[in-house]
Design a protein around this ligand. Structure first.
Ligand code: 13P
Ligand code: SF4
Length: 303
């Protein structure tokens, strides 16, 4: 099917099925264009929790669609690219987290949303990169187990001095690719540019940034700063909206490695087939869902 025809079919099916399409900022441009909402993990969770539509088509990776199902159990949640996972989320399991909890019985568990429902069920509260500092500040315990992203955890630890952060050693394979020498080189090439970086990057890279934030915070910052040259230290999908919103500004990707293969798996054809056949539905076992919901709801209370 031609692209135009595919889009028409998706629009038609979306109405018939009473569906909403949510897409993460890292999705390919044509998916961002057909989505009803494009945003960061936090914004998409909020939309998933509050939507009145019967079906949620989640263009992102598995943990995002799973969070949508946890928050909206009565909705049908579809993940068009069935095998779109997040390698970081797979770096922590509920069993290993329970072992860690047994080792630090006084600690609260703060869990990055990039994790499975089983892991969220073991946590006291979830966070995303946009609210991580506020979430950790809200926790009463002095000791905090933070999983799975070590880089986001060390970013939080620098902001929140009165907590003892016990960091899981997980990482984002995409953001970890950025090397300090690449940062220095691109800064030399564009000496007047501002560098906006995601906290999933290594601490040495974070240290060279002018601004650190989630994907949507980076997009907002790029919109608001007067500088015309901006270096982007997160996955390249954000360039679509950045260029669209700021035609007078120039954007440079910090590293060619900033491409998440999993985020690129969803194509128009997948969205069409998901809606046509109502396929690749996400399910979560009810007792796990109840526990994971508590951690997500605690997070949603913060913002
Ligand atoms: P945010 O959009 O919340 O910053 O998430 C980044 C990310 O890597 C999602 O997988
Ligand atoms: Fe996971 Fe990193 Fe891809 Fe986000 S960008 S889905 S954290 S691998």
């Amino acid at each position: 099917m031609e692209q135009k025809q595919l889009i028409d079919e998706i629009v038609k099916l979306k109405k018939e099925r009473d569906a909403i399409i949510l897409a993460h900022n890292y999705q390919v441009p044509e998916i961002q264009e057909i989505a009803d909402v494009v945003g960061d993990s936090f914004a998409l969770s909020k939309h998933a929790a509050n939507t009145s539509h019967r079906v949620i088509v989640f263009c992102g990776v598995h943990f995002m669609a799973e969070s949508a199902k946890i928050l909206s159990p009565d909705k049908t949640v579809l993940l068009p690219a069935r095998d779109a996972g997040c390698p970081m989320a797979e770096m922590v399991t509920a069993d290993r987290l329970r072992e860690m909890k047994a080792k630090y019985p006084e600690a609260a568990v703060v869990c990055y949303v990039n994790s499975s429902a089983e892991v969220k069920a073991e946590a006291d509260i979830c966070c995303t990169s946009s609210n991580a500092v506020k979430v950790v500040e809200s926790v009463k315990n002095k000791q905090i187990i933070f999983a799975p992203d070590q880089n986001l955890g060390s970013y939080i630890a620098k902001q929140v001095k009165d907590k003892e952060m016990i960091l899981w050693k997980g990482f984002c394979i995409t953001h970890k690719r950025v090397r300090v020498d690449e940062v220095k080189k691109i800064k030399e090439l564009h000496p007047n540019a501002k560098l906006l970086v995601h906290p999933e990057c290594e601490p040495e890279v974070q240290a060279l940034a002018d601004f650190l934030g989630s994907t949507s915070e980076i997009i907002k910052q790029a919109r608001e700063i007067p500088e015309k040259d901006i270096i982007i230290g997160t996955e390249e999908g954000v360039l679509h909206i950045l260029k669209k919103e700021n035609p007078d500004k120039k954007f440079y990707l910090l590293s060619p490695g900033l491409v998440c293969q999993n985020m690129k798996k969803t194509r128009l054809q997948d969205v069409y087939l998901a809606l046509l056949n109502m396929q690749h539905e996400i399910t979560v076992e009810e007792d796990i869902r109840q526990k994971a919901l508590k951690s997500l709801e605690e997070m949603l209370k913060i913002n």
